[in-house]
Design a protein around this ligand. Structure first.
Ligand code: ADP
Ligand code: MG
Length: 344
C-alpha cells in the first residue's frame, strides 16, 4: 500500500520544488540555481576551474542500517569536496543526481538534504541543481562539484622527486576500523569513547579543505598531493607511478590514533596494517621538498590538525618499503587498498 510519506505520493516535480524551497541556491556567483534547465554561475578571473564527480551506491559504499540519512548526505558531499582539497582548490558549486527507490520516504530525503546542506554551508558551497530519477532497488547518489584554484598553484598526483618528504594529515585507518566496529566484526574490548571516535571518523569524515588552503596559500614547495580514499599505501602508489618512483615509510612515524591502537589491542603490527590499508579517511597525503620540512611543521603548529612526517620518495620504481621499528624492511603491495573491480 502506498504511504502518504513516500515518493509514490509526491511526483518528481513536487519533490524538486520541495528541495528547492528548502535550499538557498542563489548567490552573487549563482545567478540561477534550481529551477531552469541549467544553473547559471560565474567564474572568477585569474582562477582555473576544477571539476570532479563521485558516485555512492547503496550496499557498495554505504549501508542504510549503519548510516543515518543526514550523515549520508554529509559524507557524500565531504567525499566529493575532498577531491577538490586534494588539488589545493576551493569548492564553490555542486550538483547532485539521486536515484531513488519509490519506497524512499520524504523524511529520508529531507534529512539527506539537511546533511548535504550542512556541509555546503560550512564550506560556502552552493547546491545549484541536480537530477532525480527512480532506481529499481538501490539508492544512488552522484555529486559533481566545481572548485577553483590559482593558476599556478594546483597540486597534482605527479610531481614528486626522489628525496621529497612524505606527509599525511590526521589518522588514517580510523575510518576503516570505525566501519569494522559498525559491522560488529571487531570483537576486541574497546571503550565506548574510542568506539565513538572511530565510528564518527567513518560516518562523518572531515574534508581537509582548511589544511589544503593552508598549503596552497603558503609558498612551500609541495610537489604532489592526493586524498587518501582507497588506503594510504595504494594512494601513495599513485604519487609514484607516473615517474616510476618508490617510497620508504617508517613504521614508528605512522600516526596511529589512541582509539585505533586500543581497537587493535595495542598490537603495533595490526594497527600499522589498518593505517596503511584502511580506506575512506579523506586525509591529505603529500610530498614536499626536504628544505621546506621545518617551515611546513611550523605552519601546521597553528592549525588544529596534526600532520605526520612518515617517509620519503625514493628512486626504486614502484617499490614501497616499510621500515619496521626493529629495522627490518618489508615490501608493501600498493594494491592492498580498495579496488571496485578486484576479483574476490
Ligand atoms: P530537466 O528535465 O530539464 O533535466 P529537471 O526537471 O530534471 O529538469 O530539473 C529541474 C530543476 O531542478 C533543474 O534546475 C535541476 O537542476 C533541479 N533538480 C532536479 N533534481 C534535483 C535534485 N535532486 N537536487 C537538486 N536540484 C535538482
Ligand atoms: Mg532531468
Amino acid at each position: 500500500m502506498k504511504k502518504a510519506t513516500d515518493l509514490n505520493h509526491l511526483n518528481e516535480f513536487k519533490l524538486i520544488e520541495r528541495i528547492r524551497s528548502r535550499l538557498n541556491t542563489n548567490s552573487p556567483r549563482v545567478k540561477k540555481g534550481i529551477g531552469d534547465d541549467c544553473a547559471i554561475f560565474s567564474t572568477l578571473p585569474n582562477k582555473i576551474q576544477l571539476i570532479s564527480t563521485d558516485a555512492l551506491i547503496e550496499s557498495i559504499h554505504f549501508d542504510l542500517k549503519t548510516i543515518s540519512p543526514k550523515q549520508l548526505g554529509g559524507k557524500a558531499m565531504a567525499a566529493n569536496i575532498s577531491d577538490i582539497a586534494a588539488m589545493g582548490g576551493t569548492p564553490y558549486l555542486a550538483v547532485i543526481s539521486l536515484g531513488l527507490p519509490t519506497s524512499t520516504s520524504i523524511n529520508f530525503i529531507d534529512k539527506l538534504y539537511l546533511g548535504l546542506q550542512t556541509i555546503c554551508n560550512s564550506y560556502r558551497i552552493k547546491l545549484a541543481g541536480g537530477d532525480t530519477v527512480t532506481s529499481p532497488k538501490q539508492l544512488f547518489i552522484n555529486i559533481c562539484v566545481l572548485g577553483e584554484a590559482s593558476k599556478n598553484r594546483v597540486f597534482c598526483r605527479e610531481g614528486a622527486k626522489p628525496g621529497d618528504q612524505i606527509f599525511v594529515t590526521g589518522n588514517p585507518g580510523d575510518s576503516a576500523m570505525g566501519l569494522r566496529i559498525l559491522m560488529k566484526k571487531n570483537k576486541n574490548l574497546i571503550s565506548t569513547n574510542h568506539k565513538n571516535i572511530l565510528i564518527k571518523k567513518h560516518l562523518e569524515p572531515t574534508p581537509r579543505i582548511k589544511e589544503s588552503r593552508l598549503l596552497a596559500k603558503s609558498k612551500l614547495k609541495v610537489t604532489s598531493m592526493i586524498d587518501v580514499s582507497d588506503g594510504l599505501t595504494q594512494d601513495l602508489g599513485h604519487l609514484c607511478t607516473k615517474d616510476k618512483l618508490g617510497a620508504n615509510l617508517y613504521e614508528d612515524k605512522l600516526p596511529i590514533s589512541n582509539a585505533l591502537n586500543s581497537a587493535c589491542m595495542q598490537k603495533i603490527h595490526t594497527s600499522t596494517k589498518w593505517v596503511l590499508q584502511g580506506g575512506e579517511d579523506y586525509e591529505l597525503l603529500f610530498t614536499i621538498k626536504p628544505e621546506d620540512v621545518k617551515k611546513l611543521k611550523s605552519l601546521f603548529l597553528k592549525a588544529d590538525t596534526v600532520i605526520s612526517h612518515i617517509g620519503e620518495i625514493t628512486r626504486h620504481p614502484n617499490k614501497i618499503t616499510l621500515i619496521k621499528r626493529n629495522g627490518n624492511r618489508v615490501s608493501l603491495k600498493p594494491e592492498t587498498g580498495f579496488n571496485h573491480f578486484k576479483r574476490k
